[in-house]
Ligand binder design. Structure first.
Ligand code: CA
Length: 240
């Protein structure tokens, strides 16, 4: 994936230096020379990272940073502030305004690229964490079976099971309540709905089909247990 970097910098030779070197490192680069264009560009094209010069004509870098960080469309984009040694730059204020890092001019190209890389890696790590978290809330595991609530998919030993919608829903609700006995009426209500006019035998038929698909001879009628006169229970300890 090619990351998009937005450079907000008014000095031509620095623009060129940055653009040339970032493109050489396979980043996509957009350059603007003032803060307002920078903000508009950030909103329009959501870059992965913004390099922001501090001393700009019109809006100065800190003001630009403040606006970027207070707009929900741009506030998550990391901002690296470029500052000259001679400039008075209050680092604390910059960080308070939401800048993620700063680089002092003159900088080495190597350092610039390293800082950008480090920052983007951190963004990626957050993204991975978020995805893992999201996935873990969608997935229920019971024994060797994995149920993805979002994708309506169940797998056994990683192999996709071919289930009908009702079978999937039965399995899901049993798995969500693993260890608990669920009555036929409860299952009928949950899976078929209150207005379903049917018999609890419907549940038995579907359980039988489900068993054929997920159990094997060794644990037949044990993984999904029949509790006589009551209902069914999924018992992960009985999984083979
Ligand atoms: Ca400048």
């Amino acid at each position: 994936m090619n990351y998009k970097i937005l450079v907000i910098e008014d000095e031509l030779h620095i623009q060129e230096l940055i653009k040339y070197n970032l493109e050489k490192n396979s980043y996509k680069v957009a350059v603007v020379d003032n803060g307002l264009d920078g903000i508009n560009e950030a909103i329009a094209n959501s870059p992965d990272l913004i390099l922001l010069d501090l001393m700009l004509p019109g809006l100065d870098g800190l003001e630009v940073c403040k606006r970027l960080k207070s707009d929900k469309r741009t506030k998550k984009i990391p901002v690296l502030i470029l500052t000259a040694k001679s400039e008075e730059f209050d680092k604390v204020l910059g960080l308070e305004l939401g800048a993620d890092d700063y680089i002092t001019k003159p900088f080495s190209v190597k350092e610039l690229v390293a800082r950008i890389r480090a920052r983007l890696r951190r963004v990626d790590e957050h993204e991975d964490e978020r995805k893992a978290q999201e996935e873990s809330t969608n997935i229920i595991r019971v024994g060797n079976i994995e149920i993805d609530k979002e994708k309506y998919e169940a797998k056994k030993f990683g192999e996709k099971l071919v289930l009908t919608l009702k079978e999937f829903e039965l399995l899901k609700i049993l798995a969500e309540n693993q260890g608990k006995v669920l009555t036929r009426d409860f299952l009928l209500d949950k899976v078929w709905g209150y207005d379903y006019i049917g018999e609890t035998r419907t549940v038995d038929v579907h359980i039988r089909h489900l068993r054929q698909k997920i159990e094997n001879d060794e644990n037949a009628n044990q993984f999904i247990e029949t509790i006589r006169g009551v209902g069914y229970r999924i018992n992960e300890n009985n999984e083979m």
